[in-house]
Design a protein around this ligand. Structure first.
Ligand code: CO
Length: 268
């Protein structure tokens, strides 16, 4: 069946929801996910929404839809079931807002009958352990065991920020030199640097733990400012190897996302 047929006969659509990015290069990650979903679920109607309000009306390209706008539009087009794949890393404020929106749109008279939502990448202990394994399996091949790896997440002051130290735990039991830091909340840059020094590693591979390598990667991680992670680590005498790709450029992460979506569809 073509997308048109599934949409018309089953009245079903898939909504991909991401935070959004202002970086054209970072959209590669989103394009990767879209391509993988299309391949795994041929014929499904695919739509996008971004949760970052400030990015919806800014920048070049076509106007973006918020999850509310995307769901309202699908309902107006006669769609009855929407399956949402969230590209968020933790169940923070953004993902929880999305869950509230999904619940609010489900079962409205003459509206959508069913709105289902996948969890973010880090969602429960099992998913956290699985992501840790996946990250360890896909470390840069040239990295030697006595070299450290630091994954820097966006971080949050939301209580779901505990997922970062949780991920750190699952990584650490298998490879003590793989660390997690965050831009907001914790583990902080200072805490990560202290852990790095304690590890005794001379070289560190620095990688974003974010879906896209966008503004935060370009500035906070790898920027020229003295307080960027790369500069701070270099100033501490470490050799820094930047890994300039987001999780959405890791085929194993994409496969995991697609499997989460397939599971959601099969559960119903
Ligand atoms: Co941010």
């Amino acid at each position: 069946m073509s997308a048109d047929d599934i949409f018309k006969e089953k009245r079903r659509a898939i909504l991909l929801v991401a935070f959004g990015t202002s970086h054209a290069k970072a959209r590669i990650a989103y394009a990767n996910v879209e391509r993988a979903v299309k391949t795994a679920l041929p014929g499904e109607e695919l739509r996008w929404a971004w949760t970052a309000r400030t990015l919806l009306r800014s920048g070049e390209g076509p106007p973006r839809l918020s999850p509310q706008e995307a769901l309202a539009r699908l309902a107006a087009e006669g769609c009855k079931e929407v399956y949402i794949l969230s590209l968020h890393v933790i169940p923070g404020a953004e993902w929880n807002d999305l869950a509230v929106t999904a619940a609010a749109f489900a079962g409205l008279p003459k509206g959508l009958e069913k709105v289902r939502l996948c969890g973010p990448l880090l969602y429960g202990g099992e998913a956290t352990a699985r992501l840790a394994d996946l990250l360890l399996d896909t470390l840069p091949r040239q990295r030697k065991i006595d070299e450290a790896v630091v994954f820097v997440g966006h971080g949050t002051h939301h209580h779901s920020g505990v997922y970062y130290p949780a991920l750190q735990y699952y990584l650490g039991v298998k490879d003590a030199n793989v660390l997690v830091g965050t831009l907001e909340g914790g583990p902080s840059q200072a805490e990560t640097l202290a852990a790095l020094k304690a590890s005794g590693a001379r070289k560190v591979w620095l990688a974003p733990l974010m879906m896209v390598a966008g503004d935060h990667a370009a500035n906070d991680l790898f920027g020229p400012a003295a307080d960027s992670w790369q500069q701070v680590f270099a100033a501490a005498g470490l050799e820094v190897e930047p890994v300039r790709s987001g999780l959405g450029e890791n085929p194993a992460v994409i496969e995991l996302l697609v499997n989460n979506l397939k599971t959601l569809l099969e559960e119903d």
